[in-house]
Unconditional design. Structure first.
Length: 396
């Protein structure tokens, strides 16, 4: 047994020592507890700071999320409104397209009906021509069968003015020349309008400017708009017309013009003496045989580099071919562009081409972008006229 144990076994002293030992141990325990409490307080403060920081960070995230949610909600609302507007626009476009389709369908039906009516008119015209030819032959046979004694006396030669014993009949006699002058003034357009349209041909005649030997003949010169335009650009030109009133109008304007038959006039010129032969809205007035003769006479008169220009209504435009062409009662029949081009080549011109002219303004066109509207715009509102340009031997 150690001395410490022996001392502790002493009754009074041992109790005192045990008490002192307990007090010492208690103080140590208190100190440890105080230290632990201080440590816990420090940890609690740190944890509170950590929680506060985390809470603030979470609050920032919550605020950002709330702001993004608000933006998303506004975008979603705007998107829904846009979709609703687009749906409304599409519905309106569908209604517009259906209406346009109905209009196009109606126009197609009208065109089909017009085509049938034109076909009926052509058939009726052919029937009349056939009947007239038959009656002419029958009349010739009947005249041949009349005995000489019963044959009627020869009719007197027809003068330039109709015979009329009644003064009123003489006063009201039809003057074709004066009629056509008034007709052109009414339907052809002003001199300025015509010259503006004719300016498209000036580049083709550019080589003639300043060429003292170059001479142009304009067939069917009318009021002389083309002659005047050529003169302003230093190109010598002569107009030919059967209408004496037109020729006098040209001469009064200081232009060179002659009243003559175009074919006979061209054939009377020396071969290869002209730089150009022109004719605007003339060839549709001629019977086929005379049209061929005009091509031949022009070819005769043109020099090797000479140019032929014939402008005429374009029947590929259905409005022109079925209606506008017949505004002029002296028109014979429309000439299809490729036929005019073929005739020039077939009659001996080395090169011929077609120049489309005068389409309807854009505001006439159907505004739909579909294939049907595009084709209808081509056949209804395309070029109203065209020109066949042909070179004698060499194209410059």
């Amino acid at each position: 047994m150690s001395w410490k144990q022996e001392i502790l076994r002493i009754p009074v002293l041992g109790s005192i020592l045990h008490g002192l030992h307990a007090i010492v141990h208690l103080n140590r325990t208190r100190a440890q507890i105080a230290a632990d409490i201080a440590q816990l307080h420090h940890l609690r403060v740190e944890y509170a700071d950590h929680l506060t920081q985390k809470f603030q960070e979470q609050q920032v995230r919550n605020d950002a999320f709330a702001a993004q949610h608000q933006v998303d909600a506004e975008l979603l609302t705007q998107l829904r409104q846009n979709l609703a507007q687009q749906a409304q626009d599409l519905a309106q476009q569908r209604l517009d397209l259906e209406q346009q389709a109905h209009q196009l369908s109606q126009q197609a039906q009208d065109l089909a009906q017009a085509g049938l009516e034109i076909a009926d008119i052509r058939t009726f015209s052919q029937d009349i021509e056939t009947r007239v030819s038959g009656l002419t032959v029958e009349l010739r046979h009947k005249r041949a069968a009349v005995p000489p004694a019963l044959a009627p006396a020869p009719a007197p030669a027809r003068s330039s003015a109709p015979l009329a014993t009644d003064p009123k009949m003489a006063e009201n006699a039809f003057d074709m020349a004066a009629f056509y002058v008034e007709f052109e003034d009414k339907f052809r357009g002003t001199r300025a309008d015509i010259q503006t349209r004719l300016e498209v041909y000036l580049p083709y005649l550019q080589p003639l400017i300043g060429d003292a030997g170059a001479q142009v003949v304009d067939v069917g010169c009318g009021r002389g708009e083309w002659l005047e335009l050529l003169g302003r650009h230093g190109i010598r030109a002569t107009g030919i017309d059967l209408n004496e009133v037109m020729v006098e109008l040209c001469r009064d304007a200081g232009l060179k013009a002659e009243c003559a038959d175009a074919v006979a006039y061209l054939n009377s010129l020396p071969e290869g003496s002209l730089a150009a032969v022109t004719g605007f809205h003339i060839i549709e007035h001629l019977p086929f045989e005379l049209l061929v003769a005009l091509f031949d006479a022009a070819l005769w008169a043109l020099r090797p580099d000479g140019l032929l220009i014939f402008e005429t209504p374009n029947p590929e435009n259905l409005i022109v071919g079925s209606c506008n062409f017949y505004t002029d009662p002296t028109h014979q029949r429309p000439i299809v562009p490729f036929v005019a081009q073929f005739m020039a080549r077939q009659r001996g011109f080395s090169h011929a081409e077609i120049l489309p002219l005068h389409p309807y303004p854009e505001n006439y066109h159907l505004t739909d972008d579909g294939e049907v509207a595009r084709r209808l715009n081509e056949v209804l509102y395309g070029p109203q006229d065209y020109a066949v340009l042909a070179w004698n031997r060499a194209k410059n």
